[in-house]
Ligand binder design. Sequence first.
Ligand code: SF4
Ligand code: SF4
Length: 290
Amino acid sequence: MREIVIASGKGGTGKTFIASNLTYYISQILGRPCTGVDADAEAPDLALALGDYVEIYSREEVYESRKASIDYDKCNLCMMCQSVCRFYAITIEEDRPVIIEEYCEGCGACGLVCPTEAITYRTVRTGYIIYGVTRHGARIVTSDLEVSGRNTGHLVYLAREKAKQVGNVEYIVIDAAPGIGCPVISSIVGANLLIICVEPTPQSFNGCCRLINVADTVKIPYRVIINKYDLNREFTEKIERELGNNVIGRVPYSREIVKSYADLTPLLATSSTLKRDLEQIMSEIVKVSS
Ligand code: SF4
Ligand code: SF4
């Protein structure tokens, strides 16, 4: 089984476009058993890019977040809890501390300083792991974070594990969250290949370099795709000079891509003039991952 992660150091650089087309390419064009994992739990849209779910096989709730609550019968109104809360999750109303649940990270600091043991914690739903099949025939596992849920990366871990359990799987394509935070590390560790999507801008290239540092740290091979390369050819050439053979493809800015995305259809399922070039990039990704 091969796990291929699609990531970007910054949001909006086209990683879901690449992840959805790669999932489609492996499962529908190569005909190999492949499951996509949406690991961008805060804003999942991989299933949508593949036509949206037409059948959901399972929807599991995940409980791992904690929220503080105050027993006012025990509270002596010392307000020490408010003074230690780094997340501004305790406010004062009518001279007593009140927890704002949406801000509470469940860190436990308030309970540690409370002199009367008035603070307790309850476990709340973090989100869901959803598994189903989309209109374009792709099997997708989605990690879906609850509003104000704690995005520790565990949800991503659970989504990856689910993908390994859903029958015959030869390839898993992981659409990671943007950035280099905990959910991204959780997507990358143990994978076989990292594909970094970058646009020809200094901001995007900076994010790409940060991800390369992560890949080097966790010792995972990486390759880079330059998206919308024609919007700044000079900067594209600079990226190619700096990253050499690690750049395995260029994707132009195109209304056809925008349209396919808006139509919830992977470009490879259309008659686009860009299809052949994109197939070559997908083929190269599969080859490098083997
Ligand atoms: S658990 Fe942490 S975040 Fe929540 S109210 Fe207490 S100190 Fe604030
Ligand atoms: S630290 Fe405990 S006793 Fe003091 S105000 Fe907060 S809940 Fe009440």
